[in-house]
Design a protein. Structure first.
Length: 205
C-alpha cells in the first residue's frame, strides 16, 4: 500500500498537502490522524503542526494497466494501452509494432494475459469487473472467423446427419459459436468436456 505522512497547520491543511502531492482526491485515500495540531503557549511557544498519514486506495483499472505495463517492460516491447468502457465492462486496447507475440497462436497469449489482468483488477475492485484485452482488433477478426466456421460446420452436419465436434476453445470463443447457431432451424449446439478441453458440439435438431 502506498502511504505518506504529511503535516499542516490544521488537519484539513495536512490532508490538502498530501492530496496535492499525489494529485488525487479525498475519496481515493484513507486518512489517519497521527498528531493533532497544538497552538502552544501564547500561540507561539511549543506550537505543533497536525500530522496525518494518507494511504492511497488502489484503483482496479489503474492496477490492471500497471500490471500490463510491467509485463510489457519485462518482455521489452513498446505497447500503448487505451481503455474503453462498454455495457459488458471495460476494454483495454493494445497498440504497438510487436503485437503478434502478445496475441499468440489463435489468441492464446492474449487470452492468458486477459485472464491475469482480470485477476489483478478484481483483487482491488469492490464489485466484479470484466476486462476484455484486445490487440489489432483481434477479437473482432476472431469472432468473424468463428462465425464463418460455425456456418460452414452447420451445413456439414445437415448434409452428413452426423455431429461435429470442434477443437477445445475458451468460454468466450464457445459463446460465439453458440450465439451464431442458437436460432438455426436445423442444428443446435452444446458443450462437452472439462476445461481447458471443453468443446462445442454441433448436432441436428
Amino acid at each position: 500500500m502506498k502511504k505518506i505522512v504529511v503535516m499542516g497547520k490544521s488537519i484539513e491543511e495536512a490532508v490538502r498537502n498530501g492530496l496535492q502531492q499525489w494529485n488525487t482526491t479525498e475519496d481515493r485515500v484513507k486518512i489517519q490522524v497521527l498528531e493533532q495540531p497544538s497552538k502552544g503557549l501564547f500561540g507561539i511557544i511549543g506550537a505543533k503542526d497536525a500530522k496525518v498519514e494518507l494511504e492511497l486506495i488502489p484503483d482496479a483499472v489503474e492496477e490492471a494497466i500497471h500490471f500490463l505495463q510491467e509485463v510489457f517492460q519485462t518482455m521489452n516491447v513498446q505497447v500503448r494501452i487505451e481503455q474503453k468502457s462498454t455495457k459488458e465492462g471495460l476494454e483495454l486496447h493494445l497498440y504497438g509494432s510487436e503485437l503478434g507475440m502478445l496475441i499468440g497462436r489463435r489468441g492464446q497469449t492474449l487470452d492468458a494475459l486477459q485472464y491475469l489482468v482480470n485477476i489483478v483488477a478484481n483483487r482491488y475492485s469492490s464489485s466484479h469487473m470484466r476486462i476484455v484485452l484486445d490487440a489489432e482488433q483481434f477479437r473482432e477478426r476472431r469472432k468473424k472467423t468463428l462465425e464463418e466456421l460455425a456456418a460452414r460446420l452447420a451445413e456439414k452436419v445437415i448434409r452428413s446427419k452426423k455431429e461435429v465436434v470442434l477443437e477445445p476453445m475458451s468460454p468466450q470463443e464457445r459463446k460465439v459459436i453458440h450465439a451464431k447457431l442458437q436460432d438455426h432451424p436445423k442444428v443446435r449446439t452444446f458443450s462437452r468436456g472439462e476445461e481447458p478441453n471443453r468443446r462445442v458440439v454441433i448436432v441436428t435438431r
